[in-house]
Design a protein around this ligand. Structure first.
Ligand code: ZN
Length: 388
């Protein structure tokens, strides 16, 4: 077994496309395979240009996990694992949210990320547990059956089928780009090195910040790589294909909002993440939108306003859909409501232009942290290339 096969076997083993779960129809699986093949080539091309001898292989596995992961082998060889559980959740969540497209109630549920509510007091309605619940609480069979039951409740407009596939593609690219950044920017070596607080002082960083820094760095690089890949795919499409850069960005705004809503739906207090390796999903989401603006202003400055209008449109439509989904959850559509429990599956502070100053402050703090870390990464890379 080569290292990629070995890693795949630890995550449920390879996928037999003849026996896919009900929540992943053939077109969805083929789309995922296509997305993966494309980004694998793109990333290996990037790696080759640095002559580091690094290579990355992306493998779909039967795991029900909700997260992709990166594994390093000898000689800077990496495997990125994409579980079927990720592909299935992305598809079901996309279908669930797109069902509200053009049906939006536009009612805002007021809940504040400053309310310090214990995670135990948040409840995910029973039918939504396969989608939003922690993986360790569910066995595989229960997960697939439950997710298929939830999926069977959904009936987005037939004409949104292509949007479902495109959003799944953009989300997979983004998630894989996040993992790839950990390999490309040598995050694992940085974590393993014995950098002291003294050596980090010139960057105004501490050892305890490093895990958070690498995750934020992977988030913003995922935005940059996704944007570049989107541009490449739109410009590389056949001239008669129905593609548009602007529509791509509308979907990207929608996708980023959807993606960060999927993680940690039970921990909504803004400051609950201070000691965590991850940052609050709301902050990650808003920071990603900010970075789309930065990358677009570099890549297509003439289109900046038009593109960002579309990114924001996608972002807003997704927030409305999440709001409507929360309302449906509160009404008991996705399972019984126990009195006294809080049932919003997803926290919904608005962020962006409508953001409260305390959220803007968290986004600033995270952005400054990651920019200081980028300086460190640059200096370390210069040192490394100096040695060669
Ligand atoms: Zn990560």
């Amino acid at each position: 077994m080569n290292p990629h096969e070995l890693t795949t076997s630890m995550y449920g083993g390879p996928v037999d496309s003849a026996v896919l779960p009900a929540t992943i129809p053939d077109d969805s699986f083929k789309e995922a395979q296509g997305s993966i093949l494309f980004v694998e080539r793109f990333f290996n091309h990037l790696l080759k240009s640095t002559k580091r001898g690094t290579e990355v292989k992306i493998c779909i596995t039967r795991s029900t996990s909700m997260a992709c992961s990166l594994h390093q082998h000898a000689g800077e060889v990496f495997t990125i694992i994409v579980p079927l559980g990720v592909i299935a959740r992305l598809r079901v969540l996309t279908r669930m949210l797109l069902e509200y497209w053009d049906q939006e109630k536009k009612v805002v549920i007021l809940n504040s990320p400053l309310d310090k509510i214990a995670p135990d007091n948040w409840h995910i309605p029973s039918r939504m547990i396969p989608l939003f619940g922690q993986n360790m609480d569910q066995d595989d069979e229960k997960f697939w059956t439950g997710l298929a039951e939830l999926d069977a409740m959904l009936s987005p407009a037939p004409e949104s089928a292509q949007d479902v596939l495109e959003l799944q593609h953009l989300a997979l690219v983004h998630l894989i780009a996040h993992e790839f950044t950990h390999a490309w920017e040598r995050h694992l070596s940085i974590l393993k090195s014995n950098m002291s607080d003294v050596s980090l002082a010139p960057y105004d960083l501490h050892r305890k910040d490093l895990e958070k820094c690498i995750e934020l760095h992977a988030d913003i690089m995922a935005v940059e790589l996704s944007t570049r890949i989107l541009e490449l795919q739109v410009h590389g499409a056949d001239s008669d294909a129905d593609v548009s850069l602007v529509r791509g960005f509308l979907r990207m705004g929608y996708m980023v909002t959807m993606l960060y809503s999927l993680y940690d739906p039970e921990r909504k207090y803004l400051y609950a993440y201070d000691k965590d390796r991850y940052t609050h999903p709301l902050v990650r989401r808003e920071m990603s939108i900010d970075f789309i603006r930065k990358i677009v202003s570099l890549l297509f400055p003439d289109m900046l306003d038009h593109v960002m209008e579309n990114v924001k449109h996608g972002w807003m439509r997704c927030l409305w859909a999440i709001n409507d989904m929360n309302l449906d959850a509160m009404s008991g559509k996705f399972g019984k409501i126990e009195s006294g429990k809080l049932y919003f599956p997803i926290g919904l502070a608005m962020g962006g232009d409508a953001s409260a100053s305390y959220i803007a402050q968290e986004i600033n703090t995270a952005t400054n942290l990651v920019l200081r870390f980028v300086n460190l990464v640059k200096d370390l890379a210069d040192e490394e290339y100096g040695k060669q």
